[in-house]
Structures are given as C-alpha cells and as structure tokens.
Design a protein around this ligand. Structure first.
Ligand SMILES: [Zn+2]
Length: 385
C-alpha cells in the first residue's frame, strides 16, 4: 500500500466492508487488499481525519475568527484616515478612463523628479512625495483623479515644460503674459451622494504680487467653466470633468508662475455612523516592554495596532470568503503608509506605519498588525493631501 492511499492523516478510511488500519509505521500492518482500492475522493460527512485544513475550511473557522475580530474592531476601534503609497500596481486601479482613442489612461506615472544619477525621488516633491510615482499617496476610501504636468493629454497654449528643474513644471513662454493648459475629459461616477469633492492645486509663485495661477473645471465639455473652489458646491455626481489651468503675469519681465499638479477627490464610502471613508484600528495587547513604555521609558515612541483586511471597510474591495480564495492584495496595507487620527487624544496627528505583518494562517487573512511612530512636523508625508 502506498502512502497515496493513506491521505494526509496517516489514517485511512475505506468504504464499507473493509477495515480501518494504521499506516505503514503502525502495527499491525493493514491487510493487503485483494484488488487496488479506489482512491477516496469524498470524505464521510463529519469525519475529516486529521486533515485540519479540510476541516477548518469546512467549518469556516477562519471566517468565524475574522467575524469576531471585526465586531471588536468596529465597535471599539479608533477611527483613522489611511493613506496608501502608489505603486505601479495602481495602474490596475486607474481612477478614470478617457475615451476618444489614443490618449492613455492616467494611471500612476514615474515622477519627473527621479534623477538619472541616483534614481531617487525627491522627498520634498509634491508630485510623488518621495515615492517615485505620481500621485505619491492615495487616501483610502476616496477616488482621486489627478493631472500632473507630465500627464498625457494636455492641450497647451503659450506654456512650456521646464525640464531643468525637477519635478517638471509648466511655465509661460518668454514672450507671453498669459497661457493655459486644458485637460481631456476625465470620466467619473460618484456613488456617494453626500460626500463632497475636494481639490489640491500645487504650483510655485516667484512673484505673488504680479503673477497668478487659477484653475477651472467644466462638466459640459468646456462650454461652462467654474473656478475650482466651487467644486464641492457643484458636487457633480457623474459624467466627465475637465480642467483648465491659467498662468498669468503682469509683464514678461516678471518671473513666470510654475504649475505642477492638480488633484481632486471624492469619497467612495458613505459616512454612516462610525463607518465612513476611514478604517478603525485597535491597540495590540500590551507586552511587558510596552507597559514600561507606557510609564514613560519610551514615551509613546512606538504604538502597536491591529486592523482588519481593508475589504472590511471598503466593499469595493473583494473580500476573501474561504481559505481557497487567494488573499486580495488590495486588502493589504503596504508601506510606506500612514494614518491620521480622527478621534482620541491623538486627533489630527499623523503616524507612520512601520513593521507591518499579517495574520494569515491557512492563507486566510484575518488581521494586519503594525507599529506606528509619530511623524515629525517637517516630514515629507506631512505635506500629503
Ligand atoms: Zn517626485
């Protein structure tokens, strides 16, 4: 008899009329079958031998553990906003689709600040915040649409891309006092009606008195334009949006403004009681070292937390339903992420996420653990929107 017939458990159950025997290492030796036994493909109901994976899968043990943890987290956890770094895989998550042919979908872009010599992004760069990829970070629970200076599809008038300074920015050509950029139509669907649009416009003014940058948006293919500050008031629900950036100066003797990037976003998770475009986190059970830290030896240098797979908070992320489902990478927090407290004594503080690890026994993700440290006021991520 080969091990093949013994299964993982070392105990073999054979159908009616045959005996129950120990494996080759046990005694007594099983009787030789008179003809080759059929490989058992179906377990007897309720009996899984020692095939724990089979049993745990059947009894949904991991799902039950996850459900208990999730209840604890949602009822007693602390609410924090979460920012996740943009990696190349964000291309799969490209926020908007452009129609009309050749223009590529604006996914993440390799930032223009990455220097050929060092291949390092500039931490102070507002386009990528040192992550190499535009737009740097995405706020969890929001849809972000962006147009950077190096994004494809701009219609450019009287402006040129300054490729000497990094990151690249648009500036007026030497003979012009006004110039503009117009983006293609970017398509969106905002399913959370209550949540409002928000925006951030990054540019540099060398002479704030005699030069300016203004941004407008249109949701009717450029017929009507509104100042970007009206975006939350208009709060467009779906359709296409395009942007226009105007640069101006009082004379060609004045230094040109330099325009870098526009981001807009709206929530994709409805605010409903303690649920909304954020996650909840809970402190880890304290160890002895942590208790010492609590009494001031380390003075909150590091805080340890856990949270659930992100699919718990965002139903747009497919949840893992059985141990045979692969773990969804969009359920995982990835470094260099950070959180901002919405409540508790740490309200408004940003803490960097470090030392992430996951509880994924039997390939079922139940928890994510992380350490966190308070960000310094001049840290690059303090500028992330
Ligand atoms: Zn950059």
């Amino acid at each position: 008899m080969s091990n093949h017939f013994l299964g993982l458990s070392g105990v073999n159950y054979t159908p009616l009329g045959q005996s129950f025997g120990l494996g080759p290492m046990g005694s007594p030796a099983p009787p030789k079958p008179t003809k080759p036994a059929k490989k058992a493909t179906v377990c007897v109901p309720g009996y899984w031998g020692r095939d724990l994976r089979c049993r745990i899968g059947q009894e949904a043990t991991q799902q039950k553990i996850a459900a208990l943890l999730n209840d604890e987290l949602l009822s007693t956890g602390v609410r924090v906003y979460l920012w996740l770094p943009v990696h190349e895989y964000v291309k799969a998550l490209a926020p908007v689709n452009q129609t009309g042919g050749d223009t590529p979908t604006p996914g993440s872009l390799k930032c223009s600040c990455v220097k050929e010599s060092g291949q390092h992004a500039d931490k102070r760069c507002n386009s990528c915040h040192g992550t190499d990829f535009i737009p740097g970070y995405l706020k969890f629970g929001y849809q972000t649409i962006w147009m950077a200076s190096i994004s494809p599809g701009w219609t450019v008038s009287n402006l040129e891309l300054n490729t000497v300074l990094k990151p690249y920015r648009y500036q007026l050509i030497s003979t012009a006092v006004v110039g503009s950029l117009e983006s293609p139509d970017l398509f969106f669907t905002k399913s959370v009606s209550k949540g409002l649009w928000d925006f951030r416009n990054d540019y540099v003014l060398r002479d704030a008195t005699n030069s300016s940058v203004t941004v407008f948006f249109s949701t009717d293919q450029g017929l009507t334009w509104y100042d970007i500050s009206n975006l939350s008031t208009k709060n467009p629900p779906y359709g296409a949006i395009r942007f226009r950036v105007n640069l101006s100066r009082t004379s060609t003797a004045v230094s040109s403004p330099a325009w870098e990037m526009l981001r807009v976003r709206y929530p994709t998770i409805a605010e409903d009681g303690r649920n909304g475009p954020w996650i909840t986190i809970l402190k880890n059970v304290m160890t002895k070292t942590d208790s010492q830290a609590d009494y001031g030896l380390m003075e909150e240098g590091v805080l340890r937390w856990w949270t659930a797979p992100l699919s718990l908070f965002d139903c747009n992320i497919a949840a893992q339903t059985s141990i045979d489902d692969p773990i969804n990478i969009f359920s995982l927090i990835k470094e260099p992420a950070f959180v901002e407290f919405i409540e508790s004594v740490r309200i408004g503080q940003r803490w960097s996420v470090t030392r992430l690890n996951y509880s994924d026994s039997l390939d079922f993700l139940t928890r994510q653990f992380f350490d966190s440290r308070l960000q310094q006021s001049l840290e690059a991520t303090s500028l992330v929107w």
